[in-house]
Design a protein around this ligand. Structure first.
Ligand code: NAD
Length: 496
């Protein structure tokens, strides 16, 4: 199957010079070939978006809200179909794909409230017969660059707010699972979005680089790994663009001695191995505060043994394959690296039974204990089903470990002590904190973002930060003079 760009409201008909293979990770088979955009192809998409912007920026708030409501209904109606696309190219199990779409729907629902969100302030008589008011206007063409791990949700963190604010968009999704983006673009068209307001270009660095340098692109929303996020932020801002670039993660779950260890073990397994650990909010480090280590590791191991790994379309499977063979091999290499570094390999995922085609990109859930902060299994974002337990002697040592880590996306604390939880949320240098909640992804009317190397820029994604990011403020000072008030006055305007 050929997967191509969506430009100006229709599928692209050109001939791509470069293409990439798209796999079904559960069978290891190539199922599609995606066109890679050249710089000229990106220019075509940006031109379509720039042209559409001349009209879309004038679309009434009522019209924009109507499109969002219609899109929300279509997405809800066709969510099963979209989940199937996601599972077929990403590998996550169908129920997990459905969960991704449910969270995406929340972002769309937030954008349905755009008339309320764009209300400015009005000060009558700020000075005598002078009124002052603020308005928020769109930026123009916005580039959205998204990762493989949430092929529907991450684009929908950005696209609804961007277009509801009156911008037009060029979306460059991951080349590994590109079909969801086209599905969304067609759904937006069915919802009444005018041609050119949302465009999709597929590809790799070449397409991203062109978006980063194109003069007509005013802002970039990026989500991906930290080295690329840093590069996108530095290059985009150097070219005068507004940039928010969300990067990678190493999320710690601190378990205090007074925690309910069954609850903590359930949470560690769910958040560590859901989506095969390919979530930026996955728990990859459990910080066991003495003396809970032995008991907690036993409880986690018992639960791992019961996980059914296999083809995400088969009933009962809770964890699917990794996204590509290359990624699986990279993750698998950490098992030997961790053992050589001296960590204890408690559960070796290579031996886990699999309910799926032998050629799929499988690796079962893996657990390391006695992990040291200098080992690569701790310092690197593995982005796979590998959970590390680090043992520390005290709460203070736990906070120190988390705060010293360069990443700061999400974290969780498990405890029965409200005071300790409150102290943790205050002291920890991480953007999203869960108290007895392992994956604290904020609801859509808050915003999503990490600290430190997990986010470059000063705006978080979606929610109120999203509306702020996609608009620029204008303040109008207005006076309607009576004939008696006229006259030349060279003094600096005073408010009287
Ligand atoms: P990635 O960085 O490899 O790719 C992300 C996007 O950038 C893709 O569209 C890709 O085509 C493009 N890209 C890749 N290399 C590039 C380069 N050298 N120059 C320009 N563009 C490039 O990330 P991925 O493997 O697709 O996704 C997984 C990563 O995303 C993980 O690190 C994960 O933590 C992170 N992530 C972060 C969040 C968050 O909100 N912080 C959310 C989801 C995923």
């Amino acid at each position: 199957m050929r997967i191509t760009h969506w430009i100006g409201g229709k599928a692209w008909t050109g001939l791509a010079q470069r293409t990439g293979d798209v796999y079904d990770p559960a069978t290891g088979q190539v199922t599609g070939r995606v066109d890679f955009a050249s710089a000229a192809d990106v220019d075509e998409a940006v031109a379509a978006a720039a042209e559409a912007f001349t009209r879309w920026r004038h679309a009434s708030l009522a019209q924009r809200a109507n499109v969002m409501f219609a899109f929300r209904e279509l997405l809800h109606k066709r969510r099963t179909e979209l989940a199937e696309f996601i599972t077929a190219e990403h590998g996550k199990v169908l129920s997990d794909a459905a969960g991704e779409i449910q969270r995406a729907l929340e972002s769309v629902e937030f954008a349905c409230g755009i008339p309320q969100l764009l209300k400015g302030g009005f000060s009558e008589n700020a000075s005598t017969k002078v009124d002052v008011y603020s308005i928020q206007q769109p930026l123009g063409v916005v580039g959205v660059i998204s990762p493989f791990n949430f092929p529907a949700m991450v684009p929908l963190w950005f696209v609804p707010n961007a277009i509801a604010c009156g911008n037009t968009v060029v979306l460059k999704p991951s080349e590994k699972d590109p079909s969801a983006a086209n599905f969304l673009a067609e759904l937006f068209a069915d919802a009444g979005l005018p041609d050119g307001v949302l465009n999709v270009v597929h590809g790799d660095k070449e397409a991203v680089d062109r978006l980063l340098e194109h003069r007509s692109v005013r802002a970039i929303s990026f989500v991906g790994s930290t080295p690329v996020a840093r590069y996108v932020y530095e290059t985009g801002t150097r070219n005068g663009k507004r940039v928010q670039a969300l990067g990678g993660a190493k999320n710690h779950m601190v378990v205090l001695p007074d925690a309910d260890l069954d609850l903590a073990a359930d949470a560690a397994v769910s958040a560590g191995f859901g989506s095969a650990g390919e979530r930026c909010m996955a728990i990859s480090v459990v910080v066991a505060v003495d003396p809970v280590g032995d008991e907690l590791v036993n409880k986690i191991s018992e639960r791992i043994a019961g996980l059914r790994v296999g083809d995400g379309r088969r009933p009962g499977c809770v964890m699917g394959p990794l996204v590509t063979g290359a990624h699986r091999d990279k993750v698998r290499a950490y098992l030997d690296a961790g053992r050589s570094a001296g960590a204890k390999l408690v559960v070796d995922g290579r031996g886990h039974p699999v309910d799926g085609d032998h050629a799929g990109f499988w690796l079962g859930p893996t657990l390391f204990d006695h992990v040291g902060a200098d080992m690569s299994i701790y310092t690197d974002e593995i982005f796979g089903p590998v959970l590390s337990v680090v043992r520390v002697p005290s709460y203070d040592a736990a906070v120190d470990l988390v705060n010293t880590n360069p990443y700061g996306n999400g974290t969780a604390i498990f405890t029965s002590d409200g005071g300790a939880a409150r102290r943790y949320q205050n002291e920890v240098e991480v953007g999203m904190v869960g108290v007895n909640v392992p994956i604290p992804v904020p609801v859509s009317y808050y915003s999503f973002g990490g600290w430190k190397d997990s986010l470059f820029g000063d705006s978080h994604a979606y929610g109120p930060h999203g509306v702020h990011f996609y608009t620029r403020a204008k303040v109008v000072t207005s006076r309607w003079l009576d004939p008696a008030d006229r006259g030349v006055n060279l003094g600096f305007p005073q408010n009287t």
